[in-house]
Design a protein around this ligand. Structure first.
Ligand SMILES: NC(=O)c1ccc[n+]([C@@H]2O[C@H](COP(=O)([O-])OP(=O)(O)OC[C@H]3O[C@@H](n4cnc5c(N)ncnc54)[C@H](OP(=O)(O)O)[C@@H]3O)[C@@H](O)[C@H]2O)c1
Length: 344
């Protein structure tokens, strides 16, 4: 059965509702219940982990029996598992819904399969309506689901000769204002921003996302990795979000903990030792290298040991974009797939 105009409008509304929910361990999902005539009976969205899913939130606003013969329009396939809440597919069946239109398939191995369950019970189901918009909304969550950890971007600013600091350790600023503004915009889009204790102690960074002197509304959670203590008067302690401190070098463990906290994207801002450890561990999904037309010489390289002993072991990247920013150039790249990975 083709998706009709009322269902299409309801999906646009469901996407707006979904965006009201928090980004976190669970995806942002919206739902609209339509009468057989196409009128909106109820709206709902997911308010975060542990609270009812969007469909159940919408159904809870209706009198018993009011959804009989109705259509549920949902941005994500109704789930099929009992977690902290019951399966949404069952809630829809019990409410007597006769049709379900959803945007994206649920990728969860445990939670997926809701559409099949509904179809098996005789419900008319249509998938894919405005899937691109739904994907754009929960892209971070989907990536974190696929990887089983947050998406990791490693960013550095380097001189044309590949240095991240001058001999005395000073690195502010290698790049110009356009490049730095770009970094702040990208910080604001990340859930967390990580540095090693070396950078914390050398630069005392605030790790905020700023638009000029003003703070962006969305601030990443600052993360400091390493065993050395952070001074009581460090700028990161005045960050609007409470900083997380990890007294470890185990980056897998750090990412697992961030994932469990619902953090879907991490922006690693160095320094060279921490960035290199992420690269060596194969935990980098995207590289942002801001290249400035300046020469620094010396041995403070943008990356240190990444475990490459011969050219055969080089970490090959694929360039997504070369972006000029004032006098600087930003290279956006991701790890190239090996032949085996590509074939998998
Ligand atoms: N150009 C740029 O983009 C840029 C960006 C940031 C910094 N910088 C410059 O870089 C310099 C600081 O760099 P850095 O390399 O010394 O500092 P860093 O990478 O920020 O911190 C290194 C420290 O991180 C800790 N650490 C946590 N996990 C680790 C792991 N898996 N492997 C190894 N170490 C781990 C260790 O500290 P513990 O001993 O405490 O455990 C290590 O000494 C400064 O000069 C700063 O200005 C430049």
């Amino acid at each position: 059965m083709a998706v009709n105009e009322a269902e299409r409008r309801a999906m646009s509304r469901a996407l707006e509702l979904a965006a009201l929910g928090p980004r976190g361990v669970n995806p942002q999902v919206g739902a609209v219940i339509l009468s057989p005539e196409g009128d909106i009976l109820a709206e709902g969205w997911h308010h975060g982990a542990g609270s009812p899913h969007a469909e159940v939130d919408a159904l809870s606003k209706l009198d018993p029996g009011a959804a009989r013969g109705a259509t549920a329009v949902v941005t994500l396939e109704p789930c099929n598992h009992t977690g902290r809440t019951g399966p949404c597919a069952v809630a829809l069946l019990e409410a007597g819904v006769s049709r379900v239109v959803y945007a994206l398939d649920d990728p969860g191995a445990v939670s997926g399969g809701g559409a099949d369950r509904l179809r098996a019970a005789g419900v008319s189901v249509d998938a894919g309506e405005q899937a691109d918009s739904a994907h754009a909304l929960i892209h971070g969550w989907l990536t974190a689901q696929r990887l089983g950890r947050p998406h990791v971007t490693v960013k550095w600013a380097q001189s044309l000769d590949g240095r991240a600091a001058a001999s005395d350790g000073s690195s502010q600023w290698i790049t110009g204002p356009e490049a730095r503004a770009d970094v702040h915009r990208r910080r604001a889009a990340a859930d967390a921003i990580a540095v090693g204790t070396g950078t914390l102690l050398a630069d005392d960074p605030s790790l905020t996302a700023r638009d000029g002197d003003a703070l962006y509304e969305q601030q990443p959670i600052p993360v400091v990795i390493g065993s050395r203590a952070t001074p009581d008067d460090a700028a990161v302690r005045r960050h609007p979000k409470t900083a997380l401190f990890y007294d470890t070098h185990d980056l897998h463990a750090v990412l697992a903990d961030l994932h469990a906290r619902g953090i879907q994207s991490v922006f690693v801002e160095g320094g060279p030792t921490l960035a290199s450890a992420f690269v060596a561990a194969g935990l980098v999904d995207r590289v942002l290298a801001y290249i400035a037309p300046v020469l620094l010489g010396g041995d403070r390289l943008a990356l240190t040991d990444i475990g490459v002993e011969s050219i055969d072991a080089a970490h090959r990247l694929t360039i997504d974009e070369w972006q000029p920013l004032g006098a600087d150039l930003l290279a956006i790249a991701h790890p190239a797939l090996t032949t085996e990975e590509g074939a998998a």
